[in-house]
Design a protein around this ligand. Sequence first.
Ligand code: XMP
Length: 503
Amino acid sequence: MEKAWVVDFGSQYSLLIVRRIRELGVYAELLPWNKLPSFLPPSVKGLVFSGSYASVSKGPPLPEEWIGQRPILAICYSAQWIATKGGGSVVESHAREYGPALLELTAPSPLWKEVPSPTRVWMSHSDSITSLPHGSRPIARTQDIPYAAYELPEKHIYAVQFHPEVVHTEKGLILLRNFLYEICGFRGGWRPENEIEQIIASLQASMPEGRAVGAMSGGIDSTVAAILVHKAIGSRFQGFFIDTGLLRQGEAEEVMEAYAQVGLPVRRIRAHKPFFTALRGLTDPELKRKAVGRVFIEIFEDEARHLPEVRYLVQGTIYPDVVESGSGLSATIKSHHNVGGLPERLSLKLIEPLRLFFKDEVRALGRQLGLPERFLSRHPFPGPGLAVRIVGEVTPERVARLRQADAIFMQVLEEKGWLYRSWQAFAVLLPQRSVGVAGDQRQYGETIVLRAVNSTDGMTAEPTPLPHEILSEAARRILAQVADISRVVYDLSTKPPATIEWE
Ligand code: XMP
């Protein structure tokens, strides 16, 4: 399969370049600069060299042996590195040029097909090119920098000092498309859905015999991973959905229904009691998380041991998890995954069919595999469940209180058409008591926090700007309907510095 390689020199945008290329119908992979193979496979038809946090004099080296072998799009740091190596020069400035700039195209280039001049681009660099490498020609400038882009035709290098991959570069996608299709000659047409057969075939090859088990969380990733494995090995797959008692109202039923709809063999294990027993008396967030994780593993292990010939554990690890784990080549289980430690304890081989896909691609796979739209658009939900949304001790009564308030908030959002305009929305229960009046009685009820955030990947977030009318309607209904709640507040914190969850 034809593909593009994106070499990461330590830019915060590297993964975004991969995403954008895939959006344009070309399969792309991210390779860290210090783990490059010596040989460029024929399937790699184009290279993108990323920016970097470092300045040219102190930063990582580019793979010189690859230069000239394939067309290269060099972004920012890489454009500067190539300039200095080829006899040009770069000045290091201490002031970072950061933000929008107007790019003026000064010479024709295949990169500029359908790009108007001037066009807005996004800059983020501190070094700047002051003279170009031998054999190159300038093709664009901005008011502040004379060589905002250049070409080195002999070596098929196209270099830009701005970031085409960020949305603030108006014609960034067109520029990337030009590089891929006009310059590298990709055929395109890559779509994650077209990979399904291939994924299933390779799963079959890697699981020749024995059973596979999956800890189903109700999330999209574990579900799509399980469907693929089930398609590959049929009844040799068995999923377990552990109902911890810490799920939202109606969630366990909804999730089991979705599994049934796609014919996935998943057994629901009702285990409220052991979770509540383990959580009794605990108020420290870390201890609560650990307790939930420990009980989860014990129950799952017990179930899996009752099945004969279990060899594999299916996990919904996705591409950003793999890349964030550091090497870019191997995944470590996310520490917050409930199954941490299980593969070793049961000597199971880890099966991760989604390790090369992004979240939105997993959604596309799920859609193709027949998962209902409602299931695909669910908000993310943390593994330890409502335990991390209840500050203080987790008791069945407090879980019931939070569930009811959370369901009311979701109902109001849905009625007003805001549920899917927010990336994640939920209620939190605080033990803070305050005075209120219920009927003729004074009461000292607990506090509900409403939280709704906008985000793309959960790494950063800002509060969803919910209309006041929605917030006050949710507050009114919660105060009227949920016993022992005296106050409702809205959380306006951004991430960073706050996190999305409260614990
Ligand atoms: P934070 O609170 O770290 O959350 O800003 C970022 C995103 O991750 C989810 N989250 C978790 N997911 N297990 C999970 O599977 C966890 O322990 C966990 N903690 C946070 C959170 O809901 C948000 O979407």
